[in-house]
Design a protein around this ligand. Structure first.
Ligand code: SAM
Ligand code: DTB
Ligand code: SF4
Length: 346
């Protein structure tokens, strides 16, 4: 098979039967062919030149019982992050208001839990109601959920639940020993069954192989329904975690992963997630060209830094990118070069 974009025609379809070999072939395409094809598929399913903006808040920081080798909040590693209590409702509301004033349309509340306790979940449901009432989309990431917990969150008005697969099933055991890949998939099923939108992606730069990256994307794309949001994180290396000092990802390979995520899950919002502080503006522009159409916006991720909002606003303006309006759902408003132009076929 010759490695040209013409071979990619089937990727315009929404598929759930990707093979590892097919996806490895996409990764092996010439860089420019892959990006052009990803941008073509992007424009067939999304409004061009728009970026969805989510702001994160760590509502419960530190002392997590899990041992995720990348995470500064694990109780197993000495990273200088102590145990903090769950934030109070008013403080969360104020943070959400500031995020909204800065231009975010989605507010994502993260907690360093293996899974939430009933009392904490009740308090978090109240936060979801409060943030939702402000007119923001809501997202939460609280660890494992039962079907009942997922329904409770849904009933409180939660829009999205973030739960990452992080890497391939094969590599997972080298990164986390306190839960299984199956646990992760079970929570994703509970989240879907409750009618919540799914935010699920992974991390690059943990020492995984090219095959692990391809396999992660195959697993995500072959879920019964594609996640609405696919965060692709570059590892933020934190001193004290086992992955501090891991070999970084080749920036072009990171861009390739964004492009392949776009091709495999055409309607999803692909989020250029953690790791942007270490990326140049040019690298981020390549990620947008490859089909990323969402970012974490705000000066902090959960415990680590993120680019200044002022810098991000300028970057989007320099690239002619506009913030996406709230509720513009996946695939709802495709567009070509201008909003009137039909998507171009090669
Ligand atoms: N405790 C919950 C869980 O793990 O599902 C929610 C919070 S957890 C911090 C959310 C996600 O952040 C993780 O699944 C991981 O993908 C990402 N993450 C955590 N630490 C990171 C790091 N140092 N660099 C990049 N991504 C990271
Ligand atoms: C996701 O995929 N990345 C975000 C969010 N979902 C919860 C978290 C990134 C965390 C980076 C390390 C930190 O700030 O603690
Ligand atoms: Fe805990 Fe989540 Fe960090 Fe893992 S990623 S240690 S589950 S906060």
């Amino acid at each position: 098979m010759t490695r040209t974009a013409q071979n990619l025609d089937p990727v315009s379809a929404i598929r759930h039967d990707w093979t590892l070999e097919e996806v490895e072939r996409l990764f092996a395409l010439p860089f420019i062919d892959l990006l052009l094809e990803a941008q073509r598929v992007h424009r067939a399913h999304h409004r061009a030149n728009t970026v969805q903006m989510s702001t994160l808040l760590s509502i419960k920081t530190g002392a997590c019982p899990e041992d995720c080798a990348y995470c500064p909040q694990s109780v197993h590693y000495d990273t200088g992050i102590g145990r903090e209590a769950l934030m109070d409702l008013q403080s969360v509301r104020e943070c959400a208001l500031s995020a909204q004033a800065a231009g975010a349309t989605r507010f994502c509340m993260g907690a360093a839990y293996r899974s939430p306790k009933p009392k904490d979940l009740r308090a978090i449901c109240a936060m979801v109601r409060e943030v939702s009432a402000l007119g923001l989309e809501t997202c939460a990431t609280l660890g494992m959920l039962t079907a009942d917990q997922a329904r409770e969150l849904k009933d409180s008005g939660l829009d999205y639940y973030n739960h990452n697969l992080d890497t391939s099933e094969e590599f997972y055991g080298a990164i986390i020993t306190t839960r299984t890949y199956r646990d992760r998939l079970d929570t994703l099923e509970a989240v879907r069954a409750a009618g919540l939108k799914v935010c699920c992606g992974g991390i690059l730069g943990m020492g995984e192989s090219a095959r692990d990256r391809a396999q992660l994307l195959v697993t995500l794309a072959n879920l019964p329904q594609h996640p609405e949001s696919v965060p692709i994180n570059e590892l933020v290396q934190v001193a004290g975690t086992p992955l501090h000092g891991a070999e970084g990802v080749d920036p072009f390979d990171f861009v390739r992963a964004i492009a392949v995520a776009r091709l495999l899950m055409p309607r999803a919002h692909v989020r250029l997630s953690a790791g942007r502080t270490a990326m140049s503006d040019e690298m981020q522009a390549l990620c947008f060209l490859a089909g990323a159409n969402s970012i974490f916006y705000g000066e902090k991720l959960l415990t680590t830094g993120n680019p200044d909002t002022e810098h991000d606003r300028k970057l989007l303006a320099r690239l002619g990118l506009e913030p996406e309006s709230p509720g513009a759902s996946a695939g709802a408003r495709p567009g070509g070069l201008s909003h009137e132009t039909a998507p171009a076929r090669p």
